[in-house]
Design a protein around this ligand. Structure first.
Ligand SMILES: *[C@@H]1O[C@H](CO)[C@@H](O)[C@H](O)[C@H]1NC(C)=O
Ligand SMILES: *[C@@H]1O[C@H](CO)[C@@H](O)[C@H](O)[C@H]1NC(C)=O
Ligand SMILES: *[C@@H]1O[C@H](CO)[C@@H](O)[C@H](O)[C@H]1NC(C)=O
Ligand SMILES: *[C@@H]1O[C@H](CO)[C@@H](O)[C@H](O)[C@H]1NC(C)=O
Length: 426
């Protein structure tokens, strides 16, 4: 009799609980989601709702489908969810920056090749007999400039002066004091080392060095700034969340599951509260980030005229043409000075084909060739900054943006307020 009564009572209680929990067992739904999102092994779930006195965050007067072990798993999952969300959210910004770093570098390389080509072409056209021999030093000059612009600690004055030094023997041999045969290599070496005293190219070397240094500094800063930008995004992608934040995320995302409410979303105000707290360190980045975008704009605005790398590089051939012209005009004086320093020209034995007379054709600057497409650095820079400007408030508005677009319940639906599901009156 007693046994029967007890059995009935248990049966009755089981039915009653089932009723309160809606479906025969709410934990089935919880189990499904637990499995689907790979939150942890299914054995962690209780078979039916229980009292959750051991829970630390998802406490409730109601019965629960959670255990303490599940809470731990939920906490890990909540953190993972947010980090995925942050990465997804910043990926377009990261892509924008890294794509532009790549594009700038590519444009820059094309620009370098073009500038070298113009320089060789002008030498070919105007000073044909020395053009082939000048190609080596020209190549070296542009290689050095590239290295400098990409970050090497090269001294611009030195690299430019080295170029003009090696140009002087060629100019001497072919234009200033042409003879029946080339000067000997020893004599060429003396001419080269006299270059700093004789200054055959006037102010051209220091002018070029100055232009490269000025325009290059802005270009270098721009690239450095872009790398810095990627680093900032990298750091925030891997943001460390505080203990309080992790608990708050658990409560917001997964505590409803413990009550079988797997579909519920947090209320907007609640979400904003939690997310602003978790992303407080990002809000600190906000000021710096805005400053970063503003300084890129300032940097870019300063990059024109003699500060525009593109103009400087594509003007090297003109500057060089003028510099050689200057030396030619002062030929007699230079010749005398070299004679004083190096003695009379020492020439190689005559070879039939070693003599070519200079044919100074009329020089036409290659300006017309310069603007070939809209791919110039300046255009790229402007487009990039226009896109980046849209992200100026990215960090300050991130918490709000995530709640509005992803996390929180939209207006008019019921939502989870941290302890209960509340119905919104429309
Ligand atoms: C410059 O480039 C053009 C077109 O690519 C090429 O035909 C020419 O040979 C190059 N000139 C020199 C001097 O490298
Ligand atoms: C950013 O992170 C990615 C992957 O985590 C790494 O490959 C890249 O080098 C990082 N970039 C910077 C600038 O730190
Ligand atoms: C807890 O149970 C009460 C009734 O016992 C119910 O009204 C309430 O909505 C439940 N809370 C949750 C979060 O399920
Ligand atoms: C959530 O809603 C319930 C019921 O409306 C209320 O009693 C409780 O104070 C609310 N909790 C918070 C944190 O707002």
């Amino acid at each position: 009799m007693g046994v029967l009564l007890r059995t009935n009572l248990i049966f009755f209680l089981a039915c009653f609980c089932g009723l309160v929990f809606g479906n025969p067992n709410r934990c089935d739904e919880v189990r499904k989601v637990f499995q689907l999102r790979q939150i942890g092994p299914n054995q962690l779930l209780p078979l039916s709702p229980r009292q959750g006195s051991d829970l630390q965050v998802c406490m409730s007067k109601n019965q629960t489908c959670c255990t303490k072990k599940m809470e731990e798993r939920y906490q890990v999952a909540a953190r993972r969810d947010i980090q995925n969300l942050l990465q997804t959210s910043s990926s377009s910004l990261k892509f924008l920056i890294s794509r532009n770093v790549a594009a700038f570098q590519e444009t820059f390389e094309v620009l370098m090749r073009q500038a070298e080509n113009y320089t060789n072409t002008v030498l070919q056209d105007s000073y044909g007999n020395m053009a082939d021999q000048a190609m080596g030093p020209v190549r070296e000059l542009f290689t050095d400039i590239s290295l400098f612009l990409l970050g090497s600690e090269l001294n611009v004055d030195d690299l430019v002066q080295r170029f003009f030094d090696s140009l002087f023997p060629l100019v001497y041999n072919h234009l200033i004091n042409p003879g029946l045969s080339d000067i000997s290599s020893g004599y060429a070496e003396c001419v080269r080392s006299s270059s700093r005293d004789v200054r055959p190219f006037g102010g051209a070397p220091s002018l070029l060095a100055d232009q490269i240094a000025r325009s290059g500094v802005s270009g270098k800063l721009l690239l450095q700034a872009l790398h810095l930008g990627i680093e900032v995004i990298n750091t925030t992608d891997h943001l460390q969340l505080s203990r309080e934040c992790r608990r708050a995320l658990l409560k917001m995302h997964y505590c409803p599951h413990c009550q079988g409410l797997t579909q519920s979303k947090p209320c907007m105000g609640y979400c904003l509260n939690v997310m602003r707290g978790c992303l407080a360190s990002m809000a600190e980045i906000d000021t710096h980030w805005r400053e970063f975008v503003r300084s890129l704009e300032g940097l870019s605005a300063r990059m024109h005229g003699p500060h525009d790398l593109e103009q400087v590089l594509l003007g090297v051939h003109t500057l060089l043409h003028d510099a050689i012209g200057h030396a030619q005009k002062n030929g007699p004086r230079l010749s005398a000075q070299v004679h004083k320093l190096c003695g009379p020209p020492n020439r190689r034995p005559t070879q039939a084909d070693s003599i070519q007379h200079s044919s100074n054709k009329e020089f036409t600057p290659l300006k017309a060739l310069v603007r070939v497409s809209g791919d110039s650095l300046a255009v790229k820079r402007r487009d990039f900054l226009n896109s980046l400007r849209l992200y100026r408030t990215y960090y300050g508005g991130l918490a709000d943006q995530l709640c509005v677009s992803e996390l929180a319940s939209s207006d008019g639906h019921s939502c989870w307020n941290g302890t209960d599901i509340v119905k919104r009156s429309p």
